[in-house]
Ligand binder design. Structure first.
Ligand SMILES: NC(=O)c1ccc[n+]([C@@H]2O[C@H](COP(=O)([O-])OP(=O)(O)OC[C@H]3O[C@@H](n4cnc5c(N)ncnc54)[C@H](O)[C@@H]3O)[C@@H](O)[C@H]2O)c1
Ligand SMILES: O=C(O)CC[C@@H](O)C(=O)O
Length: 524
């Protein structure tokens, strides 16, 4: 039974795919309420309240995946999760529209002073002249951070007849042209905008982005909005610029510390606030919970996830194209690792033919995870495989070749050990499956699965019979057998697939047969 801990409030409708699965137990409790059982959970779902610290990860040794029902993962120690081999996924676009709409609601409220007017009327006042605002029409809106939310805000601003200026150092020219926005430098944006809204993540670069220096470059009477993350606008600097009257008004949905307590910013009449409500709509909460629930389910079913923070991101289309090679690569890694049972320094992978055109990062990680799995005690998967390889001094490289060398596609793996080098080539054939077509210098054709037995020997009459007799005498059934040789009378190989794993004692008996060089069990 798989156990999932849902430690923050989440939409039941969104969690439905998990709740309906009889093989999954969903526990909806705070981490602090299940402290004695933390080691029993395979997955953890959170919003922003639960802090996924290294300590928590240590206390959850069976954890495989953390799902964040939202965008920002600043409450999750992603580096620590990566080290522990825990996949971190988020719901990147489920709350985009809600947050863009909330930003717009804040903008309209800010310039028309709606919250202040509301409080006044509720206090039984009727003071129309105190609440004269400004129009959004014709104003210059500066958007810092032009990702999902920033671009939705831009669409709404244009519908309101605003001029939109965008600053985002990672925005490609092609995307900007497609959306038709005025892309400018930060200084240009600061100088032109009547209203500035920030939509970046909180990073080393964006922390305090609107601090004393940059606020001084804004127009006098500028309005500021932060519905992204507290700290992008420096709160201390903001207080100074409100006190000196440079900033006309501020709308904040987020704070450096949440809740902000008795924060001095709350005393300003022209600061309007909400308690981190950007994503708080019924639709957004269903969307984000559904997205993480579906992703977690996929992950638990052994399928790659598409919205991971610490894995290469895959779209459904890309996943469908690479799926076959992902599996083939995993099996090749497992086989190679067992065959090369010695320290290795380098793993070189060449993708040839049609596979060379695909997104291979994920395929390479799958191969590395397969290779490392028999060698490391800790969890190893696509998340941490590259890091573990590096830690163990195993270099890896990818090469690409348009020519499939007799195959529509092929993956060639070369493992450089301390004393020897091993090469194998695999291909995936539609409706037929995975095949290994070259193994250790021999042309051969076998399926890399099940209980395999590799025998290297001299090409002499009667070898197959001798092996078959011994296995038969020990009640070991041979399911398939492939043979290969370099030249008549030279070195030769057999690759047998057996119905059950072979005992070490039987391997030793086989190795005693004259003209057998060595025998290797390969379990895939
Ligand atoms: N208030 C809420 O409830 C709420 C809800 C959802 C998202 N958010 C927050 O909103 C923010 C934006 O979310 P999104 O989904 O649009 O993210 P996104 O990743 O789609 O967009 C972020 C954009 O910021 C840009 N960026 C990064 N560093 C930058 C820098 N130094 N200067 C300028 N631009 C920079 C990136 O290139 C990207 O285009 C995030 O901080 C997210 O956590 C808040
Ligand atoms: O969980 C929430 O409501 C906030 C989500 C929001 O901050 C996000 O980054 O997606």
């Amino acid at each position: 039974m798989v156990r999932i801990l849902v430690s923050d409030a989440m939409s039941e409708e969104g969690l439905a795919p998990l709740l309906a699965d009889p093989t999954i137990e969903v526990v909806q409790k705070k981490v602090t309420e299940v402290e004695d059982e933390l080691d029993k959970f395979d997955a953890l779902l959170v919003r922003s309240a639960t802090k996924v610290t290294e300590q928590l990860l240590q206390n959850m040794p069976n954890l495989k995946i953390v799902g964040r029902a939202g965008v920002g993962v600043d409450n999750i120690d992603v580096d620590a999760a990566t080290r522990y081999g825990v996949v971190v996924i988020n719901a990147p676009n489920g709350n985009t529209i809600s947050t863009a709409e909330h930003t717009f609601a804040m903008m309209a409220s800010l310039v028309r002073r709606i919250p202040q007017a509301h409080i006044s009327v509720k206090s039984r006042e009727w003071n129309r002249s105190a609440f004269v605002g400004v129009e959004l029409f014709g104003k210059h809106l500066g958007i810092i951070g032009f990702g999902r939310i920033g671009s939705e805000v831009a669409k709404r601003a244009r519908a309101f007849g605003m001029h939109v200026h965008v600053y985002d150092p990672f925005l490609t020219k092609a995307r900007a042209e497609k959306i038709g926005v005025d892309v400018c430098t930060l200084d240009e944006l600061l100088a032109q905008a009547d209203i500035i809204t920030v939509h970046t993540p909180l990073t080393k670069e964006t922390k305090g982005l609107l601090g004393p220096k940059n606020l001084a470059k804004t127009k006098k009477g500028v309005y500021l909005i932060n519905c992204a993350r507290g700290g992008i606008i420096d709160e201390q600097a903001l207080i100074s610029f409100l006190e000196n009257g440079h900033v006309a008004g501020v709308a904040l949905d987020v704070f450096e510390q949440e809740p902000p307590g008795d924060h001095p910013l709350l005393s300003f009449d022209n600061v309007i606030v909400t308690p981190h409500l950007g994503a708080s709509t019924i639709e957004a909460q269903v969307n984000v919970a559904t997205q993480v629930a579906e992703e977690v389910l996929k992950f638990l079913q052994g399928k790659p996830v598409t919205s991971s923070i610490n894995l290469p991101t895959l779209s459904k289309d890309v996943y469908e194209k690479i799926q076959a090679f992902y599996t083939l690569a995993r099996k090749m890694g497992i086989v190679a690792s067992q065959y090369m049972s010695e320290p290795v320094q380098e793993i070189a992978i060449t993708y040839s033919g049609s596979v060379a055109d695909l997104e291979t990062t994920f395929i390479t990680r799958s191969l590395l995870a397969g290779f490392l799995k028999p060698r490391v005690a800790s969890t190893v998967n696509e998340v941490n495989a590259a890091m573990i390889a590096k830690e163990r001094g195993i270099a890896f490289s990818e090469k690409f070749s348009a020519n499939g060398n007799d195959y529509n596609n092929s993956i060639t793996l070369t493992v450089y050990g301390e004393n020897k080098t091993f090469t194998m080539k695999g291909t995936h054939i539609a409706h037929y499956g995975d095949r290994i077509v070259h193994f250790n210098g021999f042309a051969i054709d076998f399926a890399p699965e099940g209980h395999l037995l590799y025998i290297q020997h001299h090409d002499k009459p009667g070898m197959i019979g001798k092996v078959g007799n011994i296995l038969g005498d020990h009640q070991v059934n041979i399911a398939t057998m492939q043979v290969g040789r370099q030249e008549a009378g030279g070195k030769a190989i057999m690759m047998l697939s057996l119905d059950k794993p072979l005992d070490e004692a039987l391997v030793e008996i086989l190795e005693k047969i004259d003209d057998i060089d060595f025998v290797k069990r390969l379990e895939v």
